[in-house]
Design a protein around this ligand. Structure first.
Ligand SMILES: Cc1cc2nc3c(=O)[nH]c(=O)nc-3n(C[C@H](O)[C@H](O)[C@H](O)COP(=O)(O)OP(=O)(O)OC[C@H]3O[C@@H](n4cnc5c(N)ncnc54)[C@H](O)[C@@H]3O)c2cc1C
Length: 436
């Protein structure tokens, strides 16, 4: 059953099911997903005079931008936290305008631990050199070949392993052997200036989206595009539009949570397959005595034989939290093991560096669950070796009616919330040209 925009908007407030709407009417564009890309696309299309319906499977907007204040009683970003590329990021001027508290913070290697001991000055210097040399080799290799980024690793000591994990698992969310060298260059490691947001990056994205009408708890299940326009079948009825923008993660697309009728062309399926989801997971740990070790915003990287390395962001904004990060294969492993195991892992890592104060002041811990989150199925997408072209394929529309947007399609700073926003805006502009 189709739905008119006016009656749909009315339905939002009244909580009426889509299925109750009048038949035969249509909007210009249905947007699937109210994360950064979907919200930005909706706003841009409205500015361009197009009628839009946004549907969101979750009971909230923001997607992978999500600040929770319940767990610790202070804002904590379960998803994105760093506002990257602040000079070009559309959320930065909004944060300034709305009075958010921002702190410039780029992760450093100053607080390096080799398991239970602090690295010496010479080892820290070595780690900086190792990191710089690896970056250089990755750039050089990526300019020539689309192969596994692990080919750029030269292992002379365990510090080289730590730097490989830092570049791969903890930054790109995949181990370097699963990452395309060319995609590493697409992702771009230079995303400064980077800001942390005290009130939460998720709060900022939610504030951006607050006046955009979104039908929550509405999941697209099937998209038909064999006739004119598109019909989007949801759990609340069918929406009809001239085109749709799909912002679901590649994890959701690969799991075929949305069926396409006719099936997507092979080149599009290959693009989705070439961009599997990586995983970055956070282990936030709350303490009753902030700053018992390290000062606010200090970074600690604990090298633990490469694969099980952890990075901690200490006491951001003087909040009583030490936030652990793990990435890549190890993050998937820990996610399969569950929250208790992850919190234990985080505590053990801290205890080995900082001693028994960790237990003395520990209040509680948590663990992000993006691995099993049905509407993300991972943190963000990274192209496998040989598949750097997949992003182009994912961006390419199908039949001038199915458009794809989101972090994996981002024209610049892929994998990021700001990149997803740009993708939303640019896709909206493209759609507006096609949809008359
Ligand atoms: C742990 C973690 C840390 C991160 N750290 C950073 C960081 O510091 N800085 C940064 O810039 N980025 C970071 N990111 C990445 C950033 O959060 C994402 O790139 C960005 O939020 C993705 O936005 P999006 O709109 O592309 O996708 P999403 O936010 O996933 O939005 C897509 C929306 O579509 C909905 N949806 C999916 N399928 C359907 C369906 N069938 N029907 C209806 N709705 C559907 C989903 O529920 C979701 O709300 C991080 C991500 C994670 C997980």
């Amino acid at each position: 059953m189709a739905i008119s925009r006016r009656s749909f908007l009315g339905a939002l407030g009244a909580g009426v099911l889509l299925g109750a709407q009048s038949a035969g009417s249509s909007v210009d564009v249905v947007i699937i997903g109210a994360g950064s890309a979907g919200l930005q696309a909706a706003k841009r299309l409205q500015e361009l005079g197009k009628s839009v319906t946004v549907i969101e499977a979750r009971g909230r907007i923001g997607g992978r931008a999500f600040t929770d204040t319940q767990t610790f009683g202070v804002p904590f970003d379960f998803g994105c936290a760093w506002l990257h590329k602040a000079d070009d990021n559309p959320y930065k001027p909004l944060a300034d305008q709305w009075g958010y508290t921002l702190q410039l913070h780029s992760t450093t290697l100053e607080g390096l631990y080799l398991r239970d001991r602090e690295a010496t000055a010479a080892e820290r210097e070595l780690s900086e050199k190792s990191e710089a040399a690896l970056s250089k080799r990755l750039d050089k290799l990526g300019a020539r070949k689309d192969v596994a980024a692990s080919n750029a690793v030269r292992r002379k000591s365990e510090i080289d392993d730590a730097m490989a994990t830092f570049h791969g698992a903890m930054s790109s969310a995949v181990d370097l052997d699963e990452l395309s060298t060319k995609d590493y260059m697409n992702i771009g490691t230079d995303v400064a200036p980077n800001y942390l947001v005290k009130e939460g990056y998720g709060t900022l994205v939610a504030q951006f989206g607050k006046n955009i009408p979104v039908s929550l708890n509405t999941a697209a299940r099937r998209i038909r595009y064999d006739g004119q326009g598109v019909q989007v079948e949801t759990n609340k009825g069918t929406l009809t539009a001239k085109a749709c923008i799909i912002t679901s993660s590649t994890g959701v697309l690969a799991a075929e949570k949305i069926r396409f009728d006719p099936v997507l062309p092979v080149w599009k399926q290959e693009a989705i397959g070439g961009l599997p989801m990586g995983l970055l997971a956070k282990i936030p740990l709350q303490f009753s005595q902030p700053e018992f070790r390290q000062k606010a915003f200090e970074d600690v990287l604990r090298e633990n034989y490469g694969k099980r390395d952890t990075y901690f962001l200490c006491w951001p904004f003087q909040l009583p939290l030490l936030v652990g990060f793990v990435g890549g294969d190890f993050a998937w492993e820990l996610s399969a093991a569950g929250e208790d195991e992850a919190v234990d892992f985080g505590r053990n890592a801290l205890r080995s560096m900082f001693g028994s104060d960790v237990d003395k002041y520990f209040v509680k811990g948590s663990f992000t669950k993006w691995a099993s989150d049905p509407w993300a199925l991972g943190a963000y997408a990274a192209a496998t070796p040989g598949q750097a072209g997949a992003r182009e394929g994912l961006r390419r529309p199908v039949a001038d009616r199915l458009f794809f947007a989101g972090e994996a399609c981002a024209p610049r700073w892929t994998q990021t919330c700001g990149g997803a926003a740009l993708s939303g805006v640019e896709t909206a502009e493209l759609v507006a040209k096609v949809v008359k």
